[in-house]
Every structure is written in C-alpha cells, then in structure tokens.
Design a binder for this molecule. Structure first.
Ligand code: F3S
Length: 270
C-alpha cells in the first residue's frame, strides 16, 4: 500500500505566528504573573497542551481573568470582549491572524457603508462570532455584502452565494476571504483524492479548517477518517486498500503527521 502526503502540510502562517507570539510572551513570564489566552490560541489540543506546560492559561471567559496579560487567539475576539479587556486594564497581546483581520476590516467598511452583511461560516466559531460583533445587528438594506469565514470550503461558499443571488437586492458585493492556505490545502486534498482509496485527515476535532478538509474527503466518496493522534489509527481501515492519502489541518504539527505515518508503516510491517 502506498502512502501519499498532501503537498500542503504543517502549520499555516497565522498559526505559526500565534504560537510564536505566545511563546515569546511566556519567555518573559515572571513569578506570580499570569498569561492567558482568550479561548484556545489555536484549535489543536496537543499544541495547546504544550503551551500550558510552558505556563499559559486558557480562559473560557473574561470573568476568569482579574489581572495579567491576555492573548487574543488566531481567530480574533468579539468587540465586546476587547472593550472589556481595555476597561479592566488588562494587558492585551493580539495574535489574530492578519487574514482574519482583513475579513474584519471588510466587515467594518460594509457596515459603515450601510450594507446588510452576510457571513458564510460556522455560527459558533470564534472567528465568526468576532465578525458578527463587528457587523452588529442585522439591518434591512437592499445593498448586500457577502464574506466568508477564512477556512470555508470554496464550493460551499459558491453555493451560498448562488442562494443569496436569488434575494431582492440593488447591489451586491462578494469578497473572497477564504485564506490562501485554506485554498491550497483543499486543492492538495482534492488532488490526493483522485488516486487514493483511503484518506486520513489529521487535526484538532475543534479545528474548522480540518473539519472542512474531512468534509471534502467524505463527499468525494473515498473512505475518510478524521483523527487527532496516532492511537486513533485503526489497522482495519487499511484492509484491501492500495493508496492512503494523508492531509492535515493548518494547526497540526508536522511531528504528529510523522508519528501517524510511522504507525501506518508499523501496521504494514506486522
Ligand atoms: Fe490565518 Fe488562514 Fe491560518 S486565516 S490562521 S492563515 S488557516
């Protein structure tokens, strides 16, 4: 059985940047001081675990933070959270990915110009929550502005745009805010799907971009599994298979991909 790894793997730019920001902040951690991230800094539990060992604390809400420093995750945070941090005079370090910031600026502009803003994405995801906080209350306007979560599947986005085109509007502005890394990862996975009869998607179960990769793989009809760590790999998956494709989310470390490939090779040898 052949093992093929997607061309686009490893941390994306925004994830690498957020981890570096957190690690640099933790280097200067003094006794008695607390450095928090507002929610997980990236959506990979194993990487977050490593940062916790270096002294980071993950706050589920602002009530948990009385003083110290708070790092905003790569996904950004809602306006009300940022205002509250300022009010509480807590030191803020912003690790929001610049591509997410770009989407936020577009929403700000659309709001200022009186557009009804439609965000195509997962309502419960922190990135979308932050975008919604900037967009404010839904407004009635015949001018429509459409943007997408940075990790959206392009086909989903196109389908949603087609539906919106059926609405009553005088003007419509559509922005492609799917980040470059997401597009490349999705294309690399599609390319593997042409030859592989099994796909393994590696990444956090809470990672939006990993879930989209898995969705693309499943919808192709190829047997596909989404896993975080090597103990989840099951020998039965490989029975009768000729080619396994490996792809990973933007917050999955290369070391995890290597461990999983090693586990598959061990199964092949046994
Ligand atoms: Fe940024 Fe795209 Fe990564 S939005 S965090 S570069 S997946």
């Amino acid at each position: 059985m052949e093992i093929r790894v997607a061309k686009c793997a490893g941390f994306c730019f925004g994830v690498k940047r957020a981890i570096n920001i957190a690690e640099n902040a933790l280097k200067g951690l003094k006794a008695g001081e607390n450095i928090y991230s507002f929610g997980p800094i990236i959506h990979n539990p194993q990487v977050v675990e490593g940062l916790l060992k270096k002294g980071l604390r993950v706050a589920g809400g602002l009530k948990e933070i009385k003083s110290g420093t708070v790092i905003i995750s790569s996904h950004g945070a809602p306006l009300e959270v940022l205002k509250e941090i300022k009010k509480k005079k807590i030191k803020l370090i912003d690790a929001t990915c610049p591509f997410v910031k770009y989407a936020q600026h577009i929403v700000e502009g659309l709001k200022k110009d009186g557009y009804r803003i439609i965000i195509v994405g997962d309502d419960t995801h922190p990135e979308v929550k932050a975008l919604k906080s900037i967009a404010g209350k839904d407004r009635i306007s015949k001018k429509i502005g459409v943007i997408s979560q940075t990790t959206q599947n392009k086909e989903n986005y196109i389908n949603e745009i087609k539906k919106i085109l059926g609405e009553d509007f005088s003007e419509i502005k559509v922005f492609n805010t799917i980040c470059n890394d997401t597009s490349k990862r999705q294309s690399a996975a599609r390319s593997l799907l042409k030859d592989c009869d099994l796909m393994i998607v590696i990444g956090g179960k809470n990672s939006a971009n990993t879930k989209r990769l898995w969705q693309i793989c499943k919808e192709s009809g190829v047997d596909s599994f989404h896993i975080e760590t090597e103990p989840e790999v099951n020998k039965k998956w490989f029975k009768g298979k000729h080619c396994v494709g490996i792809t990973s989310g933007a917050s999955t470390p290369d070391s995890m991909v290597k461990k999983i490939i090693e586990k598959i090779r061990r199964f092949q040898r046994s």
